[in-house]
Unconditional design. Structure first.
Length: 325
């Protein structure tokens, strides 16, 4: 029990230090981009420099950098991420409006692709150097090397444009009235199904190879040979012995994938014009929305750090050797 507590304390301290470092990095990088109100005079000659300074004062940008930094740190721990210049509402509200759409895409995509990646990686490794292994691995390598946006465009063109099976953009049919909640849910699912499929295929192409390589490494260890000498069936050795050890690295990978989920799938959401977090990041950058960029990147950093903490704890629970390191 003491090993778990010691590990947890060390990880939490490391998380806090990393979070403060990440907050500092975001603060510096956003301010290196430039003054968000510096072009107001050029865009509208009716705005005077004095009015620009008044606007800066409202947003706290008239303070010295060290004071802005302290305010940023304090507000970050309070959950106050500023005010969006483009959407004219608090950044946290904008994020909360977009986050459910991203979760709708990425939660099923991550869960389904993880299950299939583990299964296919396990089976291809167990049939190492056979035609089955060569075929599945070649397909996975091809998918992994395919540009993300190109795969999304290909699906959109074929299934959306030529076959007309799915809508070309958005998360719900605009202007349509839904008599029941069920009809609304069906419409939302119809819009989400194609980008979810693209994400699943892309994720399997990447993470199946991780499981395969991990399984191949485990298959050469002594306990697998010992299980064979005991006369255990190949299925029992594969599922109950080798796979339980080979799956350990996938715990970290899967936890981090959930951490990066908050980022949204920027390319996929942009191609499908889907109103998720990935699309929001793209819009914030394109619209020079100073505080929205700052807030979204801060939320992304925090979720990745928390996912990493969860991954370390799960890994320690599954592998006792980690607790004594």
């Amino acid at each position: 029990m003491g090993g778990y507590i010691s590990l947890l304390v060390r990880k939490i301290i490391a998380l806090l230090v990393t979070f403060i470092a990440a907050v500092t990095f975001v603060f510096i990088m956003v301010r290196l981009v430039g003054d968000p109100f510096g072009t107001l005079v050029l865009e509208d000659p009716r705005i005077t420099p004095e009015q620009v300074e008044m606007i800066k004062a409202v947003y706290g940008l008239d303070k010295p950098l060290w004071e802005q930094y302290l305010d940023f740190i304090i507000n970050a721990f309070r959950g106050e991420l500023g005010y969006s210049l483009y959407y004219q509402k608090p950044v946290i509200n904008v994020i909360m409006e977009r986050l459910p759409w991203t979760l709708l895409l990425l939660l099923p995509a991550i869960i389904i692709s993880t299950i299939l990646s583990i299964y296919l990686g396990m089976k291809t490794a167990w049939r190492h150097r056979t035609r089955y292994d060569t075929t599945i691995t070649s397909i996975a390598l091809f998918i992994r090397s395919t540009p993300h946006f190109w795969l999304a465009l290909l699906f959109l063109m074929f299934f959306g444009y030529y076959l007309g099976l799915f809508p070309l953009a958005g998360s719900v049919t605009p202007g349509k009235e839904f008599p029941t909640v069920f009809d609304y849910a069906v419409d939302v699912l119809w819009h989400a199904l194609l980008p979810i499929t693209v994400l699943i295929i892309r994720e399997i192409g990447m993470y199946m190879l991780y499981m395969r390589n991990s399984m191949i490494e485990v298959m050469g260890q002594d306990f697998v040979w010992m299980a064979r000498l005991k006369g255990l069936s190949e299925g029992r050795i594969m599922y109950r012995h080798a796979a339980r050890v080979a799956i350990l690295p996938m715990v970290t990978v899967t936890a981090l994938r959930f951490g990066f989920m908050i980022n949204g799938a920027i390319l996929t959401e942009t191609v499908f014009s889907y109103p998720g977090m990935g699309r929001l990041v793209f819009e914030a950058i394109m619209n020079d929305d100073y505080f929205l960029v700052q807030g979204t990147f801060l939320i992304m950093t925090l979720t990745v750090l928390l996912a990493n903490l969860v991954a370390d704890i799960l890994y320690a629970l599954l592998d006792p050797r980690v607790r004594v390191t």
